[in-house]
Design a protein around this ligand. Structure first.
Ligand code: FES
Length: 174
Protein backbone atom coordinates (compact mmCIF):
# COMPACT_ATOMS: atom_id res chain seq x y z
CA UNK A 1 0.00 0.00 0.00
CA UNK A 2 1.28 3.39 -0.95
CA UNK A 3 1.55 5.92 1.88
CA UNK A 4 0.21 9.34 0.96
CA UNK A 5 2.47 12.28 1.86
CA UNK A 6 0.96 14.68 4.41
CA UNK A 7 -0.96 17.60 2.94
CA UNK A 8 1.30 20.56 2.34
CA UNK A 9 0.72 23.32 4.85
CA UNK A 10 1.36 26.82 3.58
CA UNK A 11 3.24 28.71 6.26
CA UNK A 12 1.78 32.07 7.27
CA UNK A 13 3.84 34.85 5.76
CA UNK A 14 2.61 38.32 6.46
CA UNK A 15 3.96 41.68 5.70
CA UNK A 16 2.56 45.12 6.35
CA UNK A 17 4.10 47.76 4.08
CA UNK A 18 4.26 50.39 6.86
CA UNK A 19 7.00 48.49 8.67
CA UNK A 20 5.16 49.29 11.93
CA UNK A 21 6.57 46.89 14.54
CA UNK A 22 3.09 46.33 15.98
CA UNK A 23 2.14 44.44 12.82
CA UNK A 24 5.08 42.11 13.44
CA UNK A 25 3.67 41.37 16.91
CA UNK A 26 0.24 40.82 15.35
CA UNK A 27 1.80 38.43 12.85
CA UNK A 28 3.21 36.37 15.70
CA UNK A 29 -0.28 36.16 17.24
CA UNK A 30 -1.67 34.98 13.91
CA UNK A 31 1.07 32.38 13.71
CA UNK A 32 0.30 31.26 17.25
CA UNK A 33 -3.47 30.83 16.69
CA UNK A 34 -3.24 29.89 13.03
CA UNK A 35 -4.12 31.90 9.95
CA UNK A 36 -7.76 30.78 9.77
CA UNK A 37 -11.19 32.22 10.65
CA UNK A 38 -11.36 30.53 14.08
CA UNK A 39 -8.56 32.79 15.28
CA UNK A 40 -10.47 35.99 14.52
CA UNK A 41 -11.49 36.99 18.06
CA UNK A 42 -8.03 36.37 19.55
CA UNK A 43 -6.34 38.25 16.72
CA UNK A 44 -8.74 41.19 17.06
CA UNK A 45 -8.09 41.29 20.82
CA UNK A 46 -4.37 41.50 20.23
CA UNK A 47 -4.80 44.10 17.48
CA UNK A 48 -6.85 46.31 19.81
CA UNK A 49 -4.27 45.92 22.57
CA UNK A 50 -1.50 46.91 20.19
CA UNK A 51 -3.19 49.78 18.36
CA UNK A 52 -5.74 50.98 20.95
CA UNK A 53 -8.57 50.63 18.44
CA UNK A 54 -9.29 48.82 15.20
CA UNK A 55 -8.72 51.10 12.23
CA UNK A 56 -9.92 50.09 8.77
CA UNK A 57 -6.29 49.42 7.81
CA UNK A 58 -5.90 46.97 10.71
CA UNK A 59 -9.22 45.29 9.91
CA UNK A 60 -8.25 44.85 6.27
CA UNK A 61 -4.92 43.39 7.34
CA UNK A 62 -6.59 40.93 9.72
CA UNK A 63 -9.12 39.91 7.06
CA UNK A 64 -6.40 39.30 4.47
CA UNK A 65 -4.19 37.43 6.94
CA UNK A 66 -7.00 35.12 8.08
CA UNK A 67 -8.36 34.85 4.54
CA UNK A 68 -11.86 35.95 5.45
CA UNK A 69 -14.12 38.64 3.97
CA UNK A 70 -13.73 42.11 5.44
CA UNK A 71 -17.53 42.24 5.93
CA UNK A 72 -17.29 39.32 8.35
CA UNK A 73 -14.56 41.08 10.34
CA UNK A 74 -16.66 44.28 10.53
CA UNK A 75 -19.67 42.22 11.59
CA UNK A 76 -17.79 40.68 14.52
CA UNK A 77 -16.21 43.99 15.58
CA UNK A 78 -19.52 45.85 15.59
CA UNK A 79 -21.28 43.04 17.48
CA UNK A 80 -18.91 43.07 20.46
CA UNK A 81 -18.88 46.25 22.57
CA UNK A 82 -15.30 45.69 23.68
CA UNK A 83 -13.95 46.35 20.19
CA UNK A 84 -13.49 49.98 19.20
CA UNK A 85 -13.52 51.31 15.64
CA UNK A 86 -12.41 54.78 16.72
CA UNK A 87 -9.70 55.82 19.21
CA UNK A 88 -10.88 55.66 22.81
CA UNK A 89 -10.05 57.83 25.77
CA UNK A 90 -7.64 56.81 28.51
CA UNK A 91 -10.55 55.78 30.78
CA UNK A 92 -13.84 54.11 29.92
CA UNK A 93 -17.07 55.18 31.64
CA UNK A 94 -19.73 52.50 31.32
CA UNK A 95 -23.28 53.45 32.25
CA UNK A 96 -25.33 50.37 32.99
CA UNK A 97 -28.56 50.19 30.95
CA UNK A 98 -29.56 46.77 32.26
CA UNK A 99 -33.14 46.24 33.45
CA UNK A 100 -32.55 46.99 37.13
CA UNK A 101 -30.55 50.12 36.39
CA UNK A 102 -32.98 51.15 33.67
CA UNK A 103 -36.00 51.16 35.98
CA UNK A 104 -33.98 53.17 38.49
CA UNK A 105 -33.13 56.00 36.11
CA UNK A 106 -30.09 54.92 34.06
CA UNK A 107 -31.27 56.95 31.04
CA UNK A 108 -31.37 60.17 33.07
CA UNK A 109 -27.95 59.42 34.53
CA UNK A 110 -26.51 58.91 31.07
CA UNK A 111 -28.11 62.15 29.91
CA UNK A 112 -26.63 64.05 32.85
CA UNK A 113 -23.20 62.57 32.22
CA UNK A 114 -23.42 63.59 28.58
CA UNK A 115 -24.17 67.16 29.66
CA UNK A 116 -21.37 67.24 32.22
CA UNK A 117 -18.72 65.70 29.97
CA UNK A 118 -19.84 67.49 26.80
CA UNK A 119 -20.02 64.28 24.77
CA UNK A 120 -22.67 61.88 23.55
CA UNK A 121 -22.68 58.15 24.18
CA UNK A 122 -19.80 56.37 22.36
CA UNK A 123 -17.82 59.62 22.16
CA UNK A 124 -14.58 60.67 23.81
CA UNK A 125 -13.93 63.92 25.65
CA UNK A 126 -11.80 66.51 23.82
CA UNK A 127 -8.86 65.89 26.18
CA UNK A 128 -9.02 62.14 25.36
CA UNK A 129 -9.39 61.24 29.03
CA UNK A 130 -12.88 59.68 29.09
CA UNK A 131 -15.00 57.72 26.64
CA UNK A 132 -18.67 57.31 27.50
CA UNK A 133 -20.48 54.05 26.80
CA UNK A 134 -23.46 52.06 27.97
CA UNK A 135 -23.69 48.37 28.73
CA UNK A 136 -26.47 45.84 29.33
CA UNK A 137 -25.42 44.89 32.86
CA UNK A 138 -22.15 45.52 34.64
CA UNK A 139 -22.84 42.92 37.32
CA UNK A 140 -23.59 45.31 40.18
CA UNK A 141 -27.39 45.14 40.19
CA UNK A 142 -27.55 45.48 43.99
CA UNK A 143 -26.04 48.94 43.55
CA UNK A 144 -28.39 50.01 40.74
CA UNK A 145 -28.24 52.40 39.11
CA UNK A 146 -24.55 51.84 38.60
CA UNK A 147 -21.65 53.14 36.54
CA UNK A 148 -18.22 51.63 36.02
CA UNK A 149 -15.11 53.68 35.39
CA UNK A 150 -12.57 51.18 34.12
CA UNK A 151 -12.69 48.52 36.89
CA UNK A 152 -14.22 50.76 39.59
CA UNK A 153 -17.95 50.58 40.23
CA UNK A 154 -20.04 53.50 41.53
CA UNK A 155 -23.57 52.71 42.64
CA UNK A 156 -26.79 54.15 44.02
CA UNK A 157 -26.45 57.16 41.74
CA UNK A 158 -29.10 59.70 40.87
CA UNK A 159 -29.02 62.35 38.14
CA UNK A 160 -28.53 65.01 40.83
CA UNK A 161 -25.39 63.27 42.11
CA UNK A 162 -23.73 63.35 38.70
CA UNK A 163 -22.22 66.87 38.83
CA UNK A 164 -20.50 66.05 42.12
CA UNK A 165 -19.48 62.65 40.78
CA UNK A 166 -17.79 64.38 37.83
CA UNK A 167 -16.11 67.03 39.96
CA UNK A 168 -14.92 64.69 42.69
CA UNK A 169 -14.77 61.03 41.64
CA UNK A 170 -13.78 61.49 38.01
CA UNK A 171 -10.99 63.88 39.00
CA UNK A 172 -9.07 60.88 40.40
CA UNK A 173 -8.58 59.62 36.86
CA UNK A 174 -7.30 62.83 35.32
S1 FES B 1 -28.64 45.94 35.63
FE1 FES B 1 -27.21 47.45 36.12
S2 FES B 1 -25.68 46.41 37.17
FE2 FES B 1 -27.04 44.88 36.57
Amino acid sequence: MKVQPPEAVTPFVAYHPSGDERFAVLDRTIEQYGAHPDALIQVLHMAQQLFGYLSSDVLRYVAASLKIPIALVYGVVSFYHLFALVPRGKHQIMVCRGTTCHVRGAAQILERLEQQLGVKESETTKDNVFSLHSARCIGACALAPAIAVDDDVYGKLTPDKIPKFCQKDLKKYV
